[in-house]
Design a protein around this ligand. Structure first.
Ligand code: CMC
Length: 392
Protein backbone atom coordinates (compact mmCIF):
# COMPACT_ATOMS: atom_id res chain seq x y z
CA UNK A 1 0.00 0.00 0.00
CA UNK A 2 3.03 2.20 0.34
CA UNK A 3 1.98 3.26 3.84
CA UNK A 4 4.59 1.20 5.64
CA UNK A 5 7.98 -0.36 5.01
CA UNK A 6 8.36 -4.00 4.05
CA UNK A 7 11.12 -5.59 6.13
CA UNK A 8 10.84 -9.40 6.32
CA UNK A 9 12.93 -10.77 9.18
CA UNK A 10 13.26 -7.23 10.60
CA UNK A 11 16.72 -6.80 9.11
CA UNK A 12 16.53 -3.01 9.28
CA UNK A 13 13.67 -2.08 11.59
CA UNK A 14 14.19 -0.89 15.17
CA UNK A 15 11.05 -1.85 17.11
CA UNK A 16 12.01 -0.14 20.38
CA UNK A 17 14.64 1.96 22.07
CA UNK A 18 16.58 0.30 24.83
CA UNK A 19 19.37 1.17 27.29
CA UNK A 20 20.27 -2.41 28.21
CA UNK A 21 22.58 -4.02 25.64
CA UNK A 22 24.68 -2.58 22.84
CA UNK A 23 26.11 -4.55 19.91
CA UNK A 24 28.47 -3.21 17.28
CA UNK A 25 28.30 -6.05 14.77
CA UNK A 26 31.10 -4.78 12.53
CA UNK A 27 33.54 -4.41 15.38
CA UNK A 28 32.37 -7.54 17.20
CA UNK A 29 31.58 -5.57 20.33
CA UNK A 30 29.00 -6.43 23.00
CA UNK A 31 28.25 -4.24 26.03
CA UNK A 32 25.82 -4.83 28.89
CA UNK A 33 24.83 -1.39 30.25
CA UNK A 34 28.09 -0.09 28.76
CA UNK A 35 30.40 -2.75 30.22
CA UNK A 36 32.29 -4.97 27.72
CA UNK A 37 31.26 -8.62 27.82
CA UNK A 38 34.83 -9.92 28.11
CA UNK A 39 35.41 -7.86 31.28
CA UNK A 40 32.16 -9.05 32.81
CA UNK A 41 32.92 -12.69 31.88
CA UNK A 42 36.31 -12.45 33.52
CA UNK A 43 35.72 -10.27 36.55
CA UNK A 44 32.04 -10.32 37.42
CA UNK A 45 29.59 -13.04 38.39
CA UNK A 46 26.27 -13.99 36.84
CA UNK A 47 24.21 -12.69 39.75
CA UNK A 48 26.01 -9.35 39.60
CA UNK A 49 25.35 -9.25 35.84
CA UNK A 50 21.67 -9.95 36.55
CA UNK A 51 21.59 -6.94 38.88
CA UNK A 52 23.36 -4.81 36.29
CA UNK A 53 20.94 -5.77 33.52
CA UNK A 54 17.86 -5.30 35.68
CA UNK A 55 18.76 -2.08 37.49
CA UNK A 56 21.27 -0.41 35.17
CA UNK A 57 24.30 -0.14 37.48
CA UNK A 58 26.78 -2.50 39.09
CA UNK A 59 25.69 -3.19 42.68
CA UNK A 60 27.59 -2.22 45.82
CA UNK A 61 28.56 -5.15 48.06
CA UNK A 62 25.48 -4.54 50.23
CA UNK A 63 23.17 -4.30 47.21
CA UNK A 64 24.57 -7.53 45.77
CA UNK A 65 24.12 -9.34 49.05
CA UNK A 66 20.55 -8.14 49.35
CA UNK A 67 19.82 -9.12 45.74
CA UNK A 68 21.37 -12.57 46.32
CA UNK A 69 19.16 -13.04 49.38
CA UNK A 70 16.08 -11.99 47.49
CA UNK A 71 16.86 -14.49 44.72
CA UNK A 72 17.69 -17.43 46.97
CA UNK A 73 14.44 -16.94 48.90
CA UNK A 74 12.61 -18.00 45.73
CA UNK A 75 14.69 -20.87 44.37
CA UNK A 76 12.22 -23.63 45.29
CA UNK A 77 9.27 -24.40 43.06
CA UNK A 78 5.87 -25.28 44.46
CA UNK A 79 5.62 -28.99 45.34
CA UNK A 80 2.57 -29.27 43.10
CA UNK A 81 4.87 -28.58 40.16
CA UNK A 82 6.16 -32.14 40.57
CA UNK A 83 2.86 -33.41 39.19
CA UNK A 84 3.33 -31.24 36.18
CA UNK A 85 6.62 -32.96 35.37
CA UNK A 86 5.09 -36.38 35.81
CA UNK A 87 2.65 -35.58 33.04
CA UNK A 88 5.48 -35.54 30.51
CA UNK A 89 6.88 -38.59 28.75
CA UNK A 90 10.20 -39.45 30.32
CA UNK A 91 11.98 -38.90 26.99
CA UNK A 92 10.42 -35.44 26.50
CA UNK A 93 12.86 -32.79 25.31
CA UNK A 94 13.85 -30.56 28.27
CA UNK A 95 12.88 -27.49 26.23
CA UNK A 96 9.34 -28.84 25.84
CA UNK A 97 9.18 -29.32 29.61
CA UNK A 98 10.68 -25.92 30.43
CA UNK A 99 8.27 -24.16 28.04
CA UNK A 100 5.32 -25.88 29.71
CA UNK A 101 6.44 -25.46 33.31
CA UNK A 102 7.37 -21.78 32.97
CA UNK A 103 3.95 -21.13 31.42
CA UNK A 104 2.33 -23.08 34.26
CA UNK A 105 3.91 -20.72 36.79
CA UNK A 106 1.35 -18.14 35.69
CA UNK A 107 -1.20 -20.38 37.40
CA UNK A 108 0.73 -20.32 40.67
CA UNK A 109 1.30 -16.58 40.87
CA UNK A 110 -2.00 -14.95 40.00
CA UNK A 111 -0.89 -11.63 41.49
CA UNK A 112 1.78 -11.23 38.83
CA UNK A 113 -0.98 -10.72 36.28
CA UNK A 114 -1.23 -7.17 37.65
CA UNK A 115 1.67 -5.91 35.59
CA UNK A 116 0.85 -2.28 36.36
CA UNK A 117 1.98 -2.79 39.96
CA UNK A 118 5.76 -2.32 40.15
CA UNK A 119 5.94 -4.48 43.29
CA UNK A 120 4.36 -7.37 41.41
CA UNK A 121 6.68 -6.83 38.44
CA UNK A 122 9.68 -6.95 40.74
CA UNK A 123 8.64 -10.10 42.55
CA UNK A 124 7.77 -11.89 39.30
CA UNK A 125 11.23 -10.98 37.96
CA UNK A 126 13.02 -12.31 41.02
CA UNK A 127 10.92 -15.47 41.00
CA UNK A 128 11.85 -16.24 37.41
CA UNK A 129 15.57 -15.64 37.90
CA UNK A 130 15.46 -17.82 41.02
CA UNK A 131 13.32 -20.63 39.67
CA UNK A 132 14.54 -21.16 36.12
CA UNK A 133 17.64 -23.12 37.21
CA UNK A 134 15.44 -25.30 39.44
CA UNK A 135 12.96 -25.88 36.62
CA UNK A 136 15.70 -26.79 34.11
CA UNK A 137 17.53 -29.02 36.60
CA UNK A 138 14.27 -30.83 37.37
CA UNK A 139 13.75 -31.41 33.64
CA UNK A 140 17.19 -33.01 33.53
CA UNK A 141 16.60 -35.16 36.61
CA UNK A 142 13.28 -36.27 35.20
CA UNK A 143 14.92 -37.30 31.91
CA UNK A 144 17.47 -39.51 33.70
CA UNK A 145 14.95 -40.98 36.12
CA UNK A 146 16.58 -39.58 39.25
CA UNK A 147 14.82 -37.86 42.16
CA UNK A 148 14.58 -34.08 42.04
CA UNK A 149 17.26 -32.30 44.07
CA UNK A 150 16.23 -29.27 46.10
CA UNK A 151 18.21 -26.04 45.71
CA UNK A 152 21.01 -25.27 48.11
CA UNK A 153 20.95 -21.61 48.98
CA UNK A 154 24.40 -21.63 50.55
CA UNK A 155 25.89 -22.15 47.07
CA UNK A 156 26.41 -19.53 44.39
CA UNK A 157 24.00 -19.49 41.42
CA UNK A 158 26.10 -21.67 39.10
CA UNK A 159 27.21 -24.14 41.78
CA UNK A 160 23.64 -24.55 42.96
CA UNK A 161 22.53 -25.34 39.39
CA UNK A 162 25.28 -27.95 39.02
CA UNK A 163 24.30 -29.38 42.40
CA UNK A 164 20.63 -29.69 41.42
CA UNK A 165 21.64 -31.44 38.19
CA UNK A 166 24.36 -33.78 39.35
CA UNK A 167 23.90 -34.52 43.06
CA UNK A 168 22.36 -37.91 43.83
CA UNK A 169 20.98 -39.08 47.19
CA UNK A 170 23.43 -40.54 49.70
CA UNK A 171 26.48 -39.40 47.77
CA UNK A 172 28.40 -36.24 48.42
CA UNK A 173 28.61 -33.95 45.40
CA UNK A 174 31.31 -31.32 45.41
CA UNK A 175 31.40 -28.69 42.71
CA UNK A 176 34.84 -27.94 41.32
CA UNK A 177 35.40 -24.15 41.39
CA UNK A 178 36.82 -24.13 37.83
CA UNK A 179 33.72 -25.93 36.56
CA UNK A 180 31.48 -23.58 38.55
CA UNK A 181 33.30 -20.58 37.07
CA UNK A 182 32.89 -21.99 33.54
CA UNK A 183 29.18 -22.53 34.20
CA UNK A 184 28.83 -19.01 35.60
CA UNK A 185 30.60 -17.63 32.51
CA UNK A 186 28.22 -19.50 30.21
CA UNK A 187 25.32 -17.90 32.08
CA UNK A 188 26.94 -14.45 31.83
CA UNK A 189 27.75 -14.72 28.12
CA UNK A 190 24.15 -15.63 27.30
CA UNK A 191 22.46 -13.19 29.69
CA UNK A 192 21.21 -10.69 27.10
CA UNK A 193 21.60 -9.94 23.42
CA UNK A 194 19.25 -7.05 22.64
CA UNK A 195 16.39 -7.63 20.20
CA UNK A 196 17.02 -11.24 19.08
CA UNK A 197 14.06 -13.45 18.10
CA UNK A 198 13.21 -14.74 21.58
CA UNK A 199 13.57 -11.31 23.25
CA UNK A 200 11.40 -9.75 20.57
CA UNK A 201 8.90 -12.54 21.21
CA UNK A 202 8.87 -11.70 24.92
CA UNK A 203 8.41 -8.00 24.14
CA UNK A 204 5.64 -8.68 21.64
CA UNK A 205 3.84 -11.02 24.05
CA UNK A 206 4.28 -8.56 26.90
CA UNK A 207 3.03 -5.66 24.82
CA UNK A 208 -0.51 -6.98 25.26
CA UNK A 209 -0.01 -6.80 29.07
CA UNK A 210 -0.03 -10.61 29.26
CA UNK A 211 1.12 -12.43 32.39
CA UNK A 212 4.94 -12.22 32.63
CA UNK A 213 5.42 -15.96 33.19
CA UNK A 214 3.43 -16.64 30.01
CA UNK A 215 5.61 -14.09 28.16
CA UNK A 216 8.83 -15.77 29.28
CA UNK A 217 7.39 -19.16 28.25
CA UNK A 218 6.89 -17.67 24.78
CA UNK A 219 10.55 -16.62 24.80
CA UNK A 220 11.65 -20.13 25.77
CA UNK A 221 9.61 -21.59 22.91
CA UNK A 222 11.20 -19.24 20.40
CA UNK A 223 14.70 -19.88 21.70
CA UNK A 224 14.34 -23.60 21.04
CA UNK A 225 14.74 -23.31 17.25
CA UNK A 226 18.07 -24.38 15.73
CA UNK A 227 18.54 -21.01 14.00
CA UNK A 228 18.53 -19.44 17.50
CA UNK A 229 19.33 -21.04 20.89
CA UNK A 230 18.91 -24.56 19.56
CA UNK A 231 22.13 -24.01 17.60
CA UNK A 232 24.26 -25.05 20.59
CA UNK A 233 22.75 -28.52 20.56
CA UNK A 234 22.94 -28.70 16.77
CA UNK A 235 26.55 -27.47 16.75
CA UNK A 236 27.81 -30.19 19.06
CA UNK A 237 25.85 -32.84 17.17
CA UNK A 238 27.45 -31.54 13.97
CA UNK A 239 30.98 -31.57 15.42
CA UNK A 240 30.42 -35.16 16.56
CA UNK A 241 29.03 -36.11 13.17
CA UNK A 242 32.15 -34.67 11.49
CA UNK A 243 34.12 -36.73 13.98
CA UNK A 244 37.64 -36.19 12.67
CA UNK A 245 39.64 -33.40 11.10
CA UNK A 246 39.97 -35.18 7.72
CA UNK A 247 36.18 -35.05 7.19
CA UNK A 248 35.97 -31.25 7.58
CA UNK A 249 36.33 -30.39 3.85
CA UNK A 250 33.31 -32.57 3.06
CA UNK A 251 31.15 -30.59 5.51
CA UNK A 252 32.54 -27.22 4.38
CA UNK A 253 31.59 -28.18 0.82
CA UNK A 254 28.09 -29.10 1.98
CA UNK A 255 27.70 -25.78 3.84
CA UNK A 256 28.59 -23.90 0.64
CA UNK A 257 26.30 -25.96 -1.57
CA UNK A 258 23.06 -24.00 -2.10
CA UNK A 259 21.21 -27.21 -3.06
CA UNK A 260 22.02 -28.67 0.36
CA UNK A 261 20.09 -27.25 3.36
CA UNK A 262 23.06 -28.04 5.64
CA UNK A 263 24.65 -25.02 7.38
CA UNK A 264 27.62 -24.88 9.69
CA UNK A 265 25.87 -24.70 13.05
CA UNK A 266 27.34 -22.18 15.48
CA UNK A 267 28.46 -20.09 12.51
CA UNK A 268 27.10 -16.80 11.21
CA UNK A 269 25.02 -14.12 12.85
CA UNK A 270 22.46 -11.54 11.80
CA UNK A 271 24.29 -8.73 13.59
CA UNK A 272 27.92 -9.82 13.99
CA UNK A 273 29.89 -9.43 10.80
CA UNK A 274 33.05 -10.08 12.78
CA UNK A 275 34.14 -12.58 15.44
CA UNK A 276 31.39 -12.94 18.07
CA UNK A 277 33.10 -11.67 21.26
CA UNK A 278 31.24 -14.30 23.26
CA UNK A 279 32.76 -17.09 21.12
CA UNK A 280 36.27 -15.80 21.89
CA UNK A 281 35.68 -16.08 25.66
CA UNK A 282 33.92 -19.40 25.20
CA UNK A 283 36.84 -20.90 23.28
CA UNK A 284 39.24 -19.87 26.04
CA UNK A 285 36.92 -21.28 28.70
CA UNK A 286 36.60 -24.58 26.77
CA UNK A 287 40.39 -24.97 26.80
CA UNK A 288 40.49 -24.25 30.54
CA UNK A 289 37.79 -26.79 31.41
CA UNK A 290 39.22 -29.52 29.19
CA UNK A 291 42.66 -29.02 30.65
CA UNK A 292 41.27 -29.21 34.19
CA UNK A 293 39.56 -32.46 33.28
CA UNK A 294 42.78 -33.73 31.67
CA UNK A 295 41.18 -34.10 28.23
CA UNK A 296 43.04 -31.39 26.27
CA UNK A 297 43.10 -33.69 23.26
CA UNK A 298 39.33 -33.78 23.14
CA UNK A 299 38.56 -34.67 19.49
CA UNK A 300 35.48 -32.43 19.38
CA UNK A 301 37.53 -29.35 20.33
CA UNK A 302 40.14 -30.29 17.73
CA UNK A 303 37.49 -30.59 15.04
CA UNK A 304 35.95 -27.26 16.13
CA UNK A 305 39.23 -25.36 16.04
CA UNK A 306 40.28 -26.81 12.71
CA UNK A 307 36.83 -26.22 11.23
CA UNK A 308 36.99 -22.60 12.35
CA UNK A 309 40.45 -22.18 10.83
CA UNK A 310 39.46 -23.65 7.47
CA UNK A 311 36.16 -21.73 7.32
CA UNK A 312 37.74 -18.39 8.19
CA UNK A 313 40.13 -18.75 5.24
CA UNK A 314 37.49 -19.92 2.79
CA UNK A 315 36.23 -17.28 0.33
CA UNK A 316 32.58 -18.28 0.82
CA UNK A 317 32.73 -17.53 4.57
CA UNK A 318 34.98 -14.48 4.11
CA UNK A 319 32.60 -12.93 1.54
CA UNK A 320 29.57 -13.45 3.77
CA UNK A 321 31.43 -12.44 6.95
CA UNK A 322 30.53 -15.69 8.70
CA UNK A 323 32.35 -16.24 12.01
CA UNK A 324 31.82 -18.61 14.93
CA UNK A 325 29.04 -17.44 17.24
CA UNK A 326 28.39 -18.07 20.94
CA UNK A 327 26.98 -21.52 20.23
CA UNK A 328 30.07 -22.89 18.51
CA UNK A 329 32.15 -23.61 21.63
CA UNK A 330 29.60 -23.60 24.47
CA UNK A 331 28.50 -27.18 23.76
CA UNK A 332 32.04 -28.46 24.16
CA UNK A 333 32.16 -27.05 27.69
CA UNK A 334 28.68 -28.29 28.61
CA UNK A 335 29.49 -31.74 27.25
CA UNK A 336 32.73 -31.85 29.27
CA UNK A 337 30.82 -30.84 32.40
CA UNK A 338 28.51 -33.81 31.82
CA UNK A 339 25.35 -32.36 30.29
CA UNK A 340 23.59 -34.25 27.50
CA UNK A 341 23.10 -32.18 24.33
CA UNK A 342 19.35 -32.06 24.96
CA UNK A 343 20.03 -29.82 27.99
CA UNK A 344 22.12 -27.24 26.15
CA UNK A 345 19.29 -25.00 25.00
CA UNK A 346 17.55 -25.28 28.38
CA UNK A 347 20.75 -23.91 29.93
CA UNK A 348 20.68 -21.07 27.41
CA UNK A 349 17.09 -20.39 28.52
CA UNK A 350 18.15 -20.24 32.17
CA UNK A 351 20.85 -17.70 31.28
CA UNK A 352 18.68 -15.56 28.99
CA UNK A 353 15.77 -15.31 31.45
CA UNK A 354 17.28 -12.20 33.04
CA UNK A 355 17.68 -10.53 29.64
CA UNK A 356 14.07 -11.30 28.73
CA UNK A 357 12.90 -9.91 32.06
CA UNK A 358 15.05 -6.79 31.89
CA UNK A 359 13.69 -6.07 28.40
CA UNK A 360 10.13 -6.83 29.46
CA UNK A 361 10.41 -4.49 32.45
CA UNK A 362 11.93 -1.77 30.31
CA UNK A 363 9.05 -2.06 27.87
CA UNK A 364 6.29 -2.14 30.51
CA UNK A 365 7.78 0.95 32.17
CA UNK A 366 8.07 2.86 28.89
CA UNK A 367 5.54 5.70 28.67
CA UNK A 368 5.56 5.24 24.86
CA UNK A 369 4.52 1.59 25.18
CA UNK A 370 2.04 0.39 22.57
CA UNK A 371 0.80 -3.07 21.72
CA UNK A 372 3.11 -4.62 19.10
CA UNK A 373 1.21 -4.96 15.87
CA UNK A 374 3.25 -5.56 12.70
CA UNK A 375 1.57 -4.81 9.39
CA UNK A 376 1.69 -6.97 6.25
CA UNK A 377 1.68 -6.74 2.49
CA UNK A 378 -1.38 -8.76 1.53
CA UNK A 379 -0.82 -10.92 -1.57
CA UNK A 380 -3.78 -13.29 -1.39
CA UNK A 381 -7.03 -13.53 -3.36
CA UNK A 382 -9.05 -10.38 -3.97
CA UNK A 383 -12.69 -10.05 -2.91
CA UNK A 384 -14.77 -12.98 -4.24
CA UNK A 385 -18.19 -14.50 -3.56
CA UNK A 386 -18.73 -17.54 -1.39
CA UNK A 387 -19.37 -20.71 -3.44
CA UNK A 388 -21.74 -23.34 -2.12
CA UNK A 389 -19.98 -26.64 -1.33
CA UNK A 390 -22.02 -28.50 -4.03
CA UNK A 391 -20.77 -26.15 -6.68
CA UNK A 392 -17.01 -26.52 -5.91
N1 CMC B 1 26.65 -21.94 7.05
C1 CMC B 1 26.66 -21.73 5.72
N2 CMC B 1 26.17 -20.63 5.14
C2 CMC B 1 25.63 -19.69 5.92
C3 CMC B 1 25.57 -19.83 7.32
C4 CMC B 1 26.10 -21.02 7.89
N3 CMC B 1 26.04 -21.21 9.20
N4 CMC B 1 24.97 -18.75 7.86
C5 CMC B 1 24.66 -17.93 6.85
N5 CMC B 1 25.06 -18.50 5.66
C6 CMC B 1 24.96 -17.89 4.31
C7 CMC B 1 23.56 -17.98 3.78
O1 CMC B 1 23.37 -19.18 3.05
C8 CMC B 1 23.48 -16.76 2.93
O2 CMC B 1 24.21 -17.01 1.74
P1 CMC B 1 23.70 -16.34 0.33
O3 CMC B 1 23.82 -14.87 0.53
O4 CMC B 1 24.63 -16.89 -0.68
O5 CMC B 1 22.29 -16.79 0.14
C9 CMC B 1 24.29 -15.73 3.70
O6 CMC B 1 25.24 -16.50 4.47
C10 CMC B 1 23.49 -14.86 4.65
O7 CMC B 1 22.70 -15.73 5.48
P2 CMC B 1 21.24 -15.42 5.99
O8 CMC B 1 20.56 -16.70 6.34
O9 CMC B 1 20.55 -14.49 5.03
O10 CMC B 1 21.60 -14.58 7.29
P3 CMC B 1 20.66 -14.32 8.52
O11 CMC B 1 21.15 -13.08 9.15
O12 CMC B 1 19.22 -14.35 8.11
O13 CMC B 1 20.88 -15.58 9.48
C11 CMC B 1 21.71 -17.02 11.14
C12 CMC B 1 21.66 -15.59 10.61
C13 CMC B 1 22.36 -17.01 12.52
C14 CMC B 1 20.27 -17.57 11.30
C15 CMC B 1 22.51 -17.90 10.15
O14 CMC B 1 23.84 -17.44 10.07
C16 CMC B 1 22.49 -19.38 10.54
O15 CMC B 1 21.56 -20.09 10.18
N6 CMC B 1 23.53 -19.89 11.28
C17 CMC B 1 23.55 -21.23 11.76
C18 CMC B 1 22.69 -21.35 13.01
C19 CMC B 1 23.32 -20.69 14.21
O16 CMC B 1 24.49 -20.90 14.53
N7 CMC B 1 22.50 -19.93 14.97
C20 CMC B 1 22.93 -19.27 16.21
C21 CMC B 1 23.00 -17.79 16.08
S1 CMC B 1 23.82 -17.01 17.48
C22 CMC B 1 22.97 -17.43 18.91
C23 CMC B 1 21.50 -17.24 18.87
O17 CMC B 1 20.97 -16.40 18.17
O18 CMC B 1 20.83 -17.92 19.64
Amino acid sequence: TGLFTYDPGFTSTAACDSAITYIDGDKGELLYRGYPIDQLAEKSSYLEVCYLLLYGELPTAAELEDFGNRVTRHTMVHEQMHYFYRGFRRDAHPMAIVTGVVGAMAAFYHDSTDINDPVQREIASIRMIAKLPTIAAMAYKYSVGQPFVYPRNDLDYASNFLHMCFAVPAEEYKVDPVIAKAMDRIFTLHADHEQNASTSTVRLSGSSDANPFACIAAGVACLWGPAHGGANEAALNMLRQIGSVDRIPEFIARAKDKEDPFRLMGFGHRVYKNYDPRAAVMQESAREVLSLLGVENNPTLQVAQELEKIALEDQYFVDRKLYPNVDFYSGIILDAIGFPTSMFTAIFAVSRTVGWIAQWKEMIGDPQKKIGRPRQLYNGATNRDYVDIRQR
